[in-house]
Design a protein around this ligand. Structure first.
Ligand SMILES: *Cc1c(COP(=O)(O)O)cnc(C)c1O
Length: 360
């Protein structure tokens, strides 16, 4: 029998979640954000899952965009960080990619290069995230300059929220954006998953859902994925490959971080940090064994982790384990490990075999 870990990617769930995003922003078009290999879920399989319904795809790696075009995908593609060098701008012209522009050099490249076709440009305004973008007051001047470039087919105003998922929300950033956009009559794109679910007034012309497409809650402190009508797209599954019984005072794993106070049955799971499980997950991080919830014990090793079978007398070698997915939301594991579902998904290791479920 091969090592039992696998990731089952549910493309029907991905499609369901995309349609959920569309329903939450009626009238808006939705970029399916599939950067970083579709948040670890597999670029092409996710792109294909929504091919008949997607308005477009957003990502940032030009090689990934070329992969989509080579696979015959014709929808609009938006490059979220724009061109990194002149070759990217030419490739955008050849492949028909939309480009974000966030600095003066990217505008100069659009002026200088000779492109196969004019491009849709997304002018990024910095309204408070303070990573990328122009001062909002410059929107009018820069939009006019962009419109005068023959390589530019259209200009859309764009910004990105820093706190759409928490109690601060988007009011200040949206007010700054609206002041800058006022009177320009340009299409707009501002909402990530959290904003589009929480603030319908932010839907505008194009929304940019990412994490919700994968079934992660964009605001796990406020609402579970299930409560938001989202289905998990990644099911990380394995099995028990050994069972130990610890006597009182015995420890488990590196560093002896868990010490049994009474006789304790411990299951050893074929999954470790080299598979993408977070090494810093503490004892007690939730895990499903034979369909029942229990907790991890001790340190996560490279290829294995341990879990508590005290309340699971029927579990043994071969029992099914769910690390996250159906029955155990990735958000709960992420919260226990002091991280976010985004990081768990993106960290799924190459060595984990993937099976696709839900394909028609
Ligand atoms: C990644 C990204 C998104 C998607 O964000 P989620 O929180 O995953 O919905 C939207 N817009 C931009 C610019 C991004 O980089």
């Amino acid at each position: 029998m091969p090592r039992p870990i696998r990731a089952a990617i549910d493309v029907a769930a991905f499609r369901h979640n995309y349609l959920r995003a569309k329903a939450a922003a009626p009238g808006a078009r939705a970029w399916a954000v599939i950067k970083a290999n579709a948040y670890g879920h597999g670029l092409l399989r996710c792109a294909r899952a929504v091919e008949t319904v997607a308005d477009g795809y957003a990502m940032l790696d030009f090689a990934e965009a070329a992969t989509l075009r080579e696979a015959g995908i014709r929808q609009p593609i938006l490059m979220l960080e724009g061109a990194f060098d002149p070759a990217d701008v030419r490739l955008a012209g050849t492949l028909g990619l939309g480009l974000t522009v966030h600095d003066a050099e990217q505008i100069r490249l659009l002026e200088l290069e000779v492109l196969a076709q004019p491009l849709d440009v997304f002018l990024k305004l910095n309204t408070g995230m303070n990573r990328l973008g122009f001062a909002p007051e410059r929107a009018g001047e820069l939009a006019a300059r962009l419109k005068s470039i023959s390589n530019v087919a259209s200009v859309t105003l764009m910004t990105h929220f820093a706190r759409a998922d928490d109690e601060v929300g988007i009011a200040d950033q949206l007010a700054r954006f609206d002041a800058a956009a006022s009177g320009l009559g340009l299409p707009q794109s501002v909402a990530n998953s959290a904003a589009l679910l929480r603030f319908p007034q932010a839907a505008r012309d194009w929304v940019r859902p990412g994490i919700m497409l994968y079934g992660g809650s964009p605001m796990p402190g406020l609402a579970s994925a299930d409560a938001l009508g989202l289905q998990p797209a990644m099911n990380l599954e394995s099995r028990l490959i050994a069972v130990q019984t610890l006597a009182p005072g015995e420890a488990i794993g590196y560093g002896g971080r868990f010490v049994a106070e009474r006789p304790t049955r411990v299951g050893i799971v074929a999954c470790g940090y080299a598979d993408g499980y977070p090494r810093h997950a503490p004892s007690g991080t939730p895990i499903l064994v034979a369909g029942q919830r229990t907790g991890t014990l001790g340190r996560v090793s490279m290829d294995m982790l341990a879990c508590d079978l005290s309340a699971l007398p029927d579990a043994g070698v071969g029992s099914q384990v769910v690390l996250w997915g159906r029955g155990l939301p990735a958000d709960e594991v992420a919260t226990a490990a002091d991280t976010i579902s985004y990081e768990l998904f993106c960290a799924l290791a190459n060595r984990v075999p993937v099976t696709v479920v839900g394909a028609d």
